[in-house]
Write a protein that binds this ligand. Structure first.
Ligand code: PMP
Ligand code: GLN
Length: 378
């Protein structure tokens, strides 16, 4: 057969995690915590299993969870999404993203993404016959040139995918960025897919600039979110998306035949857990302690450092250490130094020259101490 994805092979997360296991290296590559998810949350999921939440959930999601999510938007952003009409629980943010793209992208539609970009957007666009238009963000700031964006938008542009806090660079978009996006999309029928999986992992008192804070943007946008990122259990693969009803009703036409609904006891457990809003309002502090510990312990290293503004990733520039290609360097560090990271060039179709590695600091303090001792020896 002729592959529909001829340029796709095993993704970098699988490659680096396997290499880390093979060499018994500390794995700061793939983004996942190495500490347990909350006992209280686990108990609430068990409780849901023991009290009858073991059959299909309603297709859009368990109503208690939809309500808890809606309450979160009210509390954090003073903004409303109707629990039954404008929120759908998905199998991780990944499934939400895939389904959104499949629902709206037709052959030859153009979708703008900003590179380095998380790796699941482009294959979904391609599978649906769409054309990916990339706009390069470059180290060290990964800022957006809005004139370039303006020049890439045309009548063929169907969707723009944004992601702040940004994986892999750890940068965030400002209010000005959001206003620029709002201006450029005004009076168009462009859909914005705003991947906000790291909304609660943001530092130094910054406010997450959700699309829902901008009225005109909200009207054309999907937000995608991930409980795996939020509550330290990436293996549960539960997330959700929010959008105005006219978009969400289209999404659900596809979602109901894609997965129909997702894991019911976990949805109920998450709903009960979120009754206490501190479970999510405490997250920026929790992660800032990890970021600060990581940064303080590598201040003497030879890497160039620009502190992460959000996500649980820190990128480190090694241009003063070696001129090696980043994929080779990341593999060598795993084999010879015992620490695995993610090379950024794999997310950069047009720019293979950046000398930057991404390290995940969602790790126990003990792991961070060991990892930073290694980093300081590189
Ligand atoms: N978007 C971004 C930017 C991510 O980093 C990830 C990985 N967690 C996802 C989406 C997918 O999230 P999930 O694991 O909930 O599918
Ligand atoms: N989102 C995670 C990361 O960026 C990886 C998820 C995956 O393995 N696909 O590291």
């Amino acid at each position: 057969y002729k592959s529909k994805l001829p340029n796709v092979s095993t993704n970098i997360f699988s490659i680096m995690s396997a290499l880390a296991n093979q060499h018994n290296a500390l794995n700061l590559s793939q983004g996942f915590p190495n500490y347990p998810s909350s006992q209280k949350l686990n108990d609430l999921v068990n409780n849901a299993m023991n009290t009858g939440y073991n059959q299909y959930a309603p297709m859009p999601g368990n109503l208690d969870l939809l309500t808890a999510i809606s309450n979160k938007y009210q509390l954090l952003y003073n903004n409303s999404y109707h629990p039954e009409k404008e929120i759908t629980v998905t199998s991780g943010a990944s499934q939400a993203i895939f389904t959104i793209i499949s629902t709206f992208i037709r052959p030859n539609d153009e979708v703008i993404i900003f590179t380095p970009a998380y790796d699941c957007y482009e294959p979904a666009i391609e599978l649906n016959g769409g054309k990916t238009i990339t706009i390069q963000l470059s180290a060290p700031d990964y800022g957006v040139n809005w004139e370039t964006v303006k020049s890439k938008i045309s009548s063929k542009t169907k969707m723009i995918i944004i992601n702040s806090p940004h994986n892999p660079s750890g940068t965030i978009w400002s209010e000005t960025d959001m206003l620029q996006l709002q201006d450029l999309t005004k009076n168009t029928d462009i859909i914005v897919l705003s991947d906000e999986v790291y909304e609660h992992i943001i530092f130094d008192g910054e406010q997450h600039q959700s699309v829902c804070l901008f009225n005109d943007l909200k009207q054309r946008s999907f937000i995608t979110a991930s409980f795996g990122k939020t509550f330290h259990n990436t293996g549960w693969k539960i997330g959700y998306c929010c959008a105005p009803e006219y978009l969400m009703s289209e999404f659900r036409k596809a979602h109901q035949f894609n997965v129909f609904c997702v894991n019911h006891p976990m949805q109920k457990g998450l709903a009960d857990y979120m009754q206490d809003s501190k479970t999510y309002t405490s997250l920026p502090n929790f992660f800032q302690q990890k970021r600060d510990l990581f940064l303080s312990l590598i201040s003497e290293s030879r890497f160039k450092i620009k502190p992460s503004q959000g996500t649980y990733f820190q990128v480190l520039d090694y241009s003063e250490i070696t001129g090696e290609y980043d994929v080779d360097f990341a593999k060598r560090l795993t084999k010879d130094f015992g620490i695995a990271s993610i090379p950024l060039s794999v997310f950069n179709e047009n720019d293979k020259d950046d000398k930057v590695l991404r390290f995940c600091f969602a790790k126990t303090d003990e792991t961070l101490v060991k990892a930073t001792e290694i980093i300081c020896k590189i």
